[in-house]
Design a protein around this ligand. Sequence first.
Ligand SMILES: [Mn+2]
Length: 346
Amino acid sequence: MKTETTTMNDPAVVPAEICVALRDAHSIALMGHVTPDADALASMGALWLALPELGIYPHLVLPEGTVSRQLQYLVRYAGLRHCACEDLQDCDLIVALDTAKEKRLNDNDHLGILTNIPIINIDHHTTNTEFGRWNWIVPQASSTSELVYGVLRELGCQITPTIATLLYAGIHTDTQGFSLSNTDPHSLRVGHELALAGAQIPEVCERMHRSRSRGEFELLSVVYRNTRVSDDGRLSWSTVTHEEIQLTGCQASDIDDQVEVPRSIEGILVAILFSEGEPGKIRMNFRGERGVSVLDLAGQFGGGGHHASAGARQRGTMEEITNRVLPAALEFVAGLEMEAKIDDCP
Ligand SMILES: [Mn+2]
């Protein structure tokens, strides 16, 4: 289907066409990406809660079993409910949120029903393929939640404390508590406005940072134990095999931000976590520090995402994939013209 708008760059300017399309719709399917994170859940949930006020009937496509244990509190808190297939029969619009590619949509059984329905695509992934009829892709935005906040404001929706808490959780997570390089005046301003609207910040922080299960804690200890650093101190990586994940009692959906463990070492420019959620399928999380873009590196292995945060998947054993990826990663960091240490930290 023909693309009607692609507006980029400014998280504060909501394309008018998107608001018109939302207002004109009768029944909407809200979708996020597979293994939804807090940003995807919050973006979907906020629209789901807010749109009925405008006489628009949204349906959440959020198949059972796709939300990690750590994020189920958001589902419970906002009372999010996965729609039935028959609910989607009358849908005249899809809103895709936080999803870089159409095939990453978390839609399982629904795809058949939803073909040929126009899509509004709201996202902040640099590698978004602009698969929608209307695309609002803002790589500079901290999160899709930040963009959804703008949409709700533009539509004149009330930002209830529940909606504020959801969106705050989305922004908080994608900025890691406003600590990553995507933290800027606009994301801080939206955070501020959400706080004023009643976002439950201490609860979000406790859920995000101090609510690990024993299994997730064990999984982290495996990631710490398996962390390695290159001789030049620029690359760090860790691995978790399917067997190791199973031994901790965790599942593939529990692999989320554990790449922060190898990333946390001083002087690291690129960190990678290799995880085998399903036997023979290796997922890679790439992170770049101090402005280093890992997009090209992830792209070499069929992946994508953001400059500072990208992912890829490959089939093979852990040994095969690390043997394939690590030489490329070592070569990549060796080629970076950058000192491995910051001398004068703020
Ligand atoms: Mn996001």
